[in-house]
Design a protein around this ligand. Sequence first.
Ligand code: AMP
Ligand code: ZN
Length: 472
Amino acid sequence: MVKLFLYNTLRRKKEEFRPIKKARAGLYTCGPTVYNFAHLGNLRSYVFADLLTRILRYNLGLTNVKWVMNITDVDDKTIRNAKMKYPDLEPRASLKKFTAEFEKYFWQDLAALNISKPDYVTHAADEKYINKMKNLIKNIFTSGYAYVKDGSVYFDVIKYGQKYKYGQLAEVDVSKLKPGVRVDADEYGKDNAQDFVLWKGRKENEPSWDFELNGQKLPGRPGWHIECSAMAEAELGTPFDIHTGGVDLKFPHHENEIHQSVVGYKVKKPVNYWLHNEHLLVDGQRMGKRFNNFYTLKDLAARGINPLAYRFLCLQTGYGKVMNFTWEALKAADEGLKHLYNQVKELRITNHELRIKDINVNFKKKFLEAVNDDLNMPRALAAAQELFKSDLASQEKLATVLDFDKVLGLNLASPESGCDKEAPAEIKELVNQRERARQEKNWPESDRLRAEIKKSGWNVEDTSEGQRVSKK
Ligand code: AMP
Ligand code: ZN
C-alpha cells in the first residue's frame, strides 16, 4: 500500500489522505461560470481536478470515487451577459439559453483535454438545488447568523467570528470587520471582508425565484457562495472528503462556504481536505477574462496544436506552483508529446496483445509513489522515461506505460487512431471509460459501455492498436 499525501490548505501542510468512508472518496470541484469560453487558466484547474480524481481512482478503484462538479449558471456575470445577448426573452429563459451555450463549449473543451466527465454535474439554477439553497439560508437564519435588509439576506460575519474561527483558508484581519457593513457583489477581496449576501432581492428584468423567510416574501436569487455549499451537501452530504478550486477561490468563496455550512448544517468541519491549484500566468499576471490576456483552445486549434499538448504542459509543473504561459513552452510540449507517442509506437512494433500481468510492479510502485506525493506529475513523467530506457521487454514497457496513462490521460493507447475524429465528445468519453474498464479487466463494465456506445449509433472494435470507433 502506497499512502496518498495531499497538500491541505486548511492546515497549510501535506497530509496523508484518510477518507471518511474506508477506501472511498467524495470530492467537489467548483465548476465554471458559464458566461464565456473557458480560458487556459480555467482549464488548468480542471486538468488538476481530473488528475486528482484519476489518482484517487488509481488507488481506490474506478467506482469508489464520487466526483461532483457544479455549473455556475446564475450569478452576477451570467445574468449581466444573458441580458445583453437575449434582452427580449423572459429573464429566466434568457439566462437558461445563454448559459446552456457556454456549458456545451465547456464540455467540448474538457473532452478535448481528456478530462473525464464528473460523476454528478449540478446546475445552480436547477429548481431542485435552488430549493436546497433556500433551506440552507433558512437554517442559517434560524441559527441567528443571517439577517434581512432591503429585500436581501446577509450573513453576519462578526457574529460568526465571536463563536467560530473566521479566516480558515486565508488570513483575514478580523479587527477590520465592521458590523452591519455589507457587500452585494459575489467577488470581493480580503480588505473588503464584510457581511456577504446569501440571497439577493429581485431586480427589474433579472431572473428571480420566490422565497419566503420568516413570513416575509423575498423574491430574488441565490448569492454565489451559497450555491456551492448547498449543491455539495446535496450530492456528497457534509462533511465530505475533498474540495478543489483555484487559489483565487480560497477567499471569499471557500471561506464563506465553510461559514455557511458550519452554522447551516451544524458541522464543525464541512470539508476535510481543501486543495487549490495555483494560477496560470501570462507575463507575470494571472490569466483572466478581466485582464484581457487570455487564450482558449480555439487559439491552439488555429495554430495546429493538439489540445493534449496543453494537458502535457500542465503535467510538467506541480499544480501548487504558478505556471507562466508562453507559446514557446506549449510548442515544446507539443513536440514532447509527439516524441512520447513515437516511443509508445516503437513498443507496438511486435504487435503483441496487452496483458495486465505484463505491468511491471516496480515501475508501477515508482509511478504510484510519485503521483501519491501530492500529485507530483513531473516525477511521474520521469518514471515513464526511466521505464522507456530500462531493459524490460517491450510488452512489459507497453503494458506499464498504458497503465500509467490511466492517470496521465494522454491517449497513449491510441494517439491518432483510437477515436474517430468525427466521434462527438460524449462518445469519446465513453470510449475512454471503456479503455479504463478493460485495463481493470472489468469486462461487464466494458460490455455495458460498448452497448451504450452502440445505442448512440457508433461501433467500437478492439484492435491491436486499441479501440477503433466508427459510425454504424
Ligand atoms: P470561473 O469560471 O471564473 O468560476 O473559474 C473557474 C476555475 O478557474 C476556478 O477554479 C478558478 O479558480 C480557476 N481559475 C481562474 N483563473 C485561473 C488562472 N489564471 N489559472 C488557474 N486557474 C484559474
Ligand atoms: Zn464554488
